[in-house]
Design a binder for this molecule. Structure first.
Ligand SMILES: [Zn+2]
Length: 292
């Protein structure tokens, strides 16, 4: 049960199916001056829904994405907002019982459809790897209890597969049996990691970095992932697509990532929009063609 949708049949056959930005940090202070206008630009660009990521700058701000759902949902001319909540890998040293209790409470809210972004980050200096693993496992147990799919952030040392290998070990032991699935967010691995993710039933989400012409190996993966397992996202305010590289990103620009993926796959942007929206709704048990 997720909120009060207006179910509009037939959205997928319209000339321009709605896109879903599966990952945006809408609570970033970088939107404080124009958050509502920014969301309206997304709706105008054809974005029907945005999953707002609830990690904040740390667990004390985990609730901010939910707050945004409550603030903006129901206003006309806006995308439908959903929220996640989770403890980012480098914040796992803060994952004490009170913080985990807060996470559990947030995941019980109907708007909070996912636990994330959680995972392993060996690329940046920060929380020791065993602490990250322990924090990940603790959150998997909570997400399983609340029956929420997970949003995974995974990045290896110098882009090696070390974090991926550890991640798959943890997921095999603590997640696969739940059957809840999840999303490999801002996918940055190779085909082997994509294949292992698909074998686990995960969706693979591509962000603005897939539009960078230099990122050919990533673009090859984006062309090869089965369409029924694809998502698109912005990871806004980070990772603006090629044409706007270095600028603040925002959900409206997910259109450019969808367009690039369509070109890489020799299909129409409408097909990418239709498939990624279907995939998102399937994973999170949402009705197709949700309105605001
Ligand atoms: Zn993110």
């Amino acid at each position: 049960m997720v909120g009060d949708f207006t179910v509009v049949e037939g959205n997928l056959t319209e000339a321009r199916p709605l896109l879903i930005d599966s990952h945006a940090h809408l609570d970033s202070p970088r939107y404080d001056d124009d958050r509502e206008a920014m969301l309206r630009r997304a709706a105008d660009a054809g974005v029907g829904a945005v999953l707002a990521i609830g990690i904040g700058e740390g667990p004390a701000e985990m609730h901010q994405a939910l707050d945004l759902c409550r603030e903006f949902n129901g206003r006309p001319g806006m995308p439908r907002l959903f929220a996640s909540a989770g403890i980012y890998p480098h914040n796992t040293p803060e994952a004490d019982p009170a913080v985990l209790g807060k996470l559990d409470g947030l995941l019980s809210e109907p708007e909070v459809i996912a636990c994330g972004e959680i995972g392993l980050d060996y690329y940046h200096e920060g929380a020791p790897h065993p602490v990250q693993k322990e924090g990940l496992i603790a959150q998997l147990l909570i997400a399983a209890g609340r029956k929420r799919p997970i949003l995974i952030h995974c990045r290896g040392t110098n882009e090696s597969a070390d974090a991926w290998d550890d991640l798959f070990e943890v997921l095999d032991e603590h997640w696969v049996s739940t059957g809840l699935g999840g999303v490999m967010h801002c996918f940055g691995g190779g085909w082997e990691q994509a294949k292992r993710s698909l074998d686990l039933g995960f969706l693979v989400s591509f962000a603005g970095n897939a539009t960078y012409t230099k990122a050919q190996p990533l673009r090859d993966v984006a062309a090869r992932v089965p369409i029924d397992s694809l998502l698109v996202e912005t990871d806004a305010p980070f990772l603006a697509p090629n044409a706007l590289r270095g600028k603040r990103n925002e959900p409206a620009y997910v259109v450019q990532t969808a367009q690039t993926i369509a070109e890489l796959r020799n299909i129409s942007a409408e097909e990418v929009a239709g498939a990624t929206t279907r995939n998102f709704c399937r994973l999170f048990n949402l009705p197709l063609g949700m309105g605001n």
